[in-house]
Design a protein around this ligand. Structure first.
Ligand SMILES: Cc1cc2nc3c(=O)[nH]c(=O)nc-3n(C[C@H](O)[C@H](O)[C@H](O)COP(=O)(O)O)c2cc1C
Length: 162
């Protein structure tokens, strides 16, 4: 008796896997920085608008928090894309004191529901606790920060034609 072993292409194998198995490993990065002295807060709107156009093209999800002085950003996506973006952001002269608090692989569902950029304001020194944080401590602080953020409600504007 003889057997014919059919070659299976990696591409076909990957295509047959459940979606979670193929996409379950992601990369996340958190940094803290400070608005540059010669930058105006008006630059924040420009950054948010541009990031909302660009991040989906790289399948990057982001959450940018601004407290009037400091930026705090969470980025998630494919490692190469996230690291390339973080490098561009690091050298952006609209902010200074860029410090990475966390960068790591993670598996399971993404924290953000869709690629793009969520933007939130925060008050009352919410970002102070991140000044000394690093590694997994930054993730714990992130979970504590989320309910305290002033985020845009989803689908909050109802248009009506009169
Ligand atoms: C605080 C801060 C956050 C930023 N976040 C993003 C972002 O999420 N996505 C993005 O494409 N650019 C972001 N930028 C802008 C980048 O630094 C950079 O200007 C942009 O990616 C265009 O890069 P390029 O001119 O080299 O193509 C951010 C800049 C700052 C200062």
């Amino acid at each position: 008796m003889s057997f014919y072993i059919a070659p299976i292409l990696l591409r076909d194998y990957v295509a047959s896997l459940p979606l979670e198995d193929v996409v379950s490993e992601h990369y996340q990065l958190i940094y803290l920085s400070r608005l540059a002295l010669d930058s105006s807060v008006t630059c924040v709107a420009v950054i948010v608008r541009s990031a909302r156009q660009r991040n989906p093209m790289q399948a990057i999800g982001g959450l940018l928090v601004f407290d009037g002085e400091r930026f705090w950003q969470y980025l998630e996506g494919e490692k190469t894309s996230v690291c390339a973006l973080a490098e561009r952001i690091r050298t952006d002269c609209r902010h200074t004191d860029f410090r990475i608090l966390l960068q790591s692989k993670f598996s399971g569902p993404r924290l953000l529901s869709a690629p793009g950029l969520e933007y939130a304001l925060c008050y009352d020194g919410c970002l102070d606790c991140f000044e000394e944080a690093c590694g997994t401590q930054a993730v714990d602080l992130l979970n504590a920060l989320l309910p305290r953020l002033d985020m845009e409600p989803k689908h909050s504007i109802i248009c009506s034609v009169i």
